[in-house]
Design a protein around this ligand. Sequence first.
Ligand code: ZN
Length: 169
Amino acid sequence: MSILKILKEPDPILRKKSAPVASVDKHIKKLMNDMLETMYAAPGIGLAAAQVGILKRVIVIDLAKDGEKKSPLFFANPVITWKSEILEKKEEGCLSIPDYFAEIKRPNACHVSYLDQHGKEKKLKAEGLLATCIQHEIDHCDGILFIDYLSKLKRMFISKKLAKLKKQQ
Ligand code: ZN
């Protein structure tokens, strides 16, 4: 496994739409494992392939807290088949937007169909933090970032801050 470089906003790749994978072959399995290692090292609870510059619909998630047993979830071609009408505000952050957190309103539950790390078709009923995380990561597959849900003013503020940070590097 290897640690991949995480792209940061305003990298234009983060705004591209990812393509579905044809199958979960050994390359996709390696990508999933590398993404998981990259996410653990960051550390974070979710990562989409677009964030490491690979425009494929692959995401990894692990909500286990420090000291808890790791419980990684691997998704290829995730599709939300149902969303709750009940919206809930939760604080979100993103490995591509360092040190910025904001409350975002999303459906508090969703159902998702996907292929797992063995290429098996799976269905998952998610609620709470897992539902938020799945929606956030699937957004990455469509070039959407959580700051897109904020007001234009807030978004401009954060974009400027990130651009300045990039110049300093
Ligand atoms: Zn993110």
